[in-house]
Design a protein around this ligand. Structure first.
Ligand SMILES: *Cc1c(COP(=O)(O)O)cnc(C)c1O
Length: 412
């Protein structure tokens, strides 16, 4: 079939043409803002009409280092000139260094590289189950994993099996058994849910998708103690919260808590490509044997080379420091809006959930008004704005974005 259209050249299209093509040919599993991005650099993106926007979402934290960070782009370009994919049928020279450097950075012993965040969570679930049967001695096919309500861990059939979001679940059953849901923040409920068959407790240290919800200060510490007392693994999903976003490498470090397994993703690929991992102790990840789990693209040379450049950025501590400093500024500015169209501001570091006052505009309307003012962010749930600018943003840029939020919300 002859291709006569210029599909490859999105920059030649107007916003409405580009959206029409997207709507006609892509499945409607998202409801994006009517902005068509053609270019990104640092904290800024430019649309097909040449309008510039501050990126206040940063790809849900996949773009912690901004768009096209030069160190990450040059690592990718260099690796593109060598080898991009070998499959795991053979060794390659980037996997060992990537795993060693990620283990060192996170203070863990083994690394299982995958691609998407959901795959990392799936992998952690499989590892926790296998550990329960092989090490803990749970009878075959009876292992349970205790999770939190309002969680977000991805979109696979197993993961939506323990979602409490009806939209994420409806019509996707039958669901995978073996999960017990407890209210987020309620460590006593987790302890009550634990049985001799419990393999793991799986939680987010801060619930991003649910509106940047920070649990009570003793939650993770109590979960750690309860898991230790009952011989249960603590699995912490740091896919959105981790890699400097909150001011620490891992958000759970704010509470001084160490997990048996962490899932990492999003920013691990530097916003260039999908790269996720499960990292943790040898006792647990060591249960996997050849043939039991894998992925064609997991740990590929290109992803590992980019991941290594991400690790180099994170090992300086510069981005963690920026998240603390800029985050302090963000939270104090946003805090001024409480009582002025905003009921609550939650979060940690350069990450905030802004709760729109009842009777105020819908989250979607606020996102659209902000886009018209040159600031891109997105509501989560219907009444919360999620703010997560790239950690490379300047103070002046941050102020400009917060000012726009104040104009849209605070003037009401
Ligand atoms: C985004 C996210 C995931 C899923 O990652 P994908 O790459 O979209 O599959 C899992 N857990 C958390 C906490 C996330 O924020």
């Amino acid at each position: 079939m002859a291709v006569t259209t210029d599909h490859a050249h999105a920059t030649t299209r107007s916003t409405s043409e580009a959206i029409a093509l997207d709507e006609r040919w892509s499945t409607h599993n998202y409801h994006p803002l009517p902005v068509v991005i053609a270019h990104g650099e640092g904290a800024w993106v430019t649309d097909v009409e040449g309008r510039r926007y501050l990126d206040f979402l940063a790809g849900y934290s996949a773009l912690n280092f901004g768009h096209r960070h030069p160190d990450l782009v040059s690592a990718a370009v260099e690796q593109l000139g060598r080898v991009t994919l070998t499959s795991r049928a053979f060794h390659h020279d980037q996997l060992g260094p990537f795993c060693a450097e990620l283990a060192e950075l996170t203070g863990t012993e083994l690394v299982l590289p995958m691609n998407s965040g959901a795959e990392a969570v799936e992998s952690a679930i499989k590892v926790a189950r296998k550990w329960a049967y092989q090490v803990k001695g749970v009878p075959a096919d009876t292992a349970e994993i205790v999770v939190a309500g309002s969680n977000f861990h991805g979109r696979t059939t197993t993961i939506v099996s323990f979602s409490t979001d009806e939209v994420a679940r409806a019509d996707f059953g039958p669901f995978t058994p073996g999960f017990v849901v407890t209210p987020y923040g309620d460590a006593a409920a987790v302890e009550r849910a634990i049985t001799p068959r419990t393999a793991a407790v799986l939680v987010e240290p801060i619930q991003g998708e649910s509106g940047v919800v920070v649990p009570p200060p003793d939650y993770l510490r109590t979960l750690r103690r309860v898991c230790d007392e009952h011989g249960v693994l603590l699995v912490i999903d740091e896919i959105q919260s981790g890699l400097a976003r909150t001011g620490e490498l891992l958000a759970s470090a704010h509470d001084g808590v160490r997990a048996d397994l962490y899932t990492l993703g999003k920013a691990l690929g530097g916003g260039l490509l999908p790269l996720s991992a499960v990292v943790g102790s040898r006792d647990v990840l060591g249960v996997l044997r050849p043939g039991e789990h894998g992925s064609t693209f997991g740990g590929n040379p290109l992803a590992c080379a980019v991941g290594r450049a991400v690790i180099r950025l994170l090992s300086t501590g510069e981005f963690q420091r920026r998240a603390v400093e800029l985050g302090g500024r963000l939270h104090s500015r946003l805090g001024e809006l409480v009582g002025h169209g905003v009921t609550e501001v939650r979060g940690r570091g350069l990450w905030a959930g802004v709760e729109i006052a009842p009777g105020g505009p819908a989250g979607r309307q606020v996102s659209e008004e902000l886009a018209r003012r040159g600031v891109l962010c997105k509501e989560t749930q219907s009444t919360t704005l999620r703010i997560a600018p790239p950690l490379v943003i300047s103070e002046a840029e941050l102020d400009r974005g917060v000012e726009a939020i104040g104009e849209v919300l605070g003037s009401r």
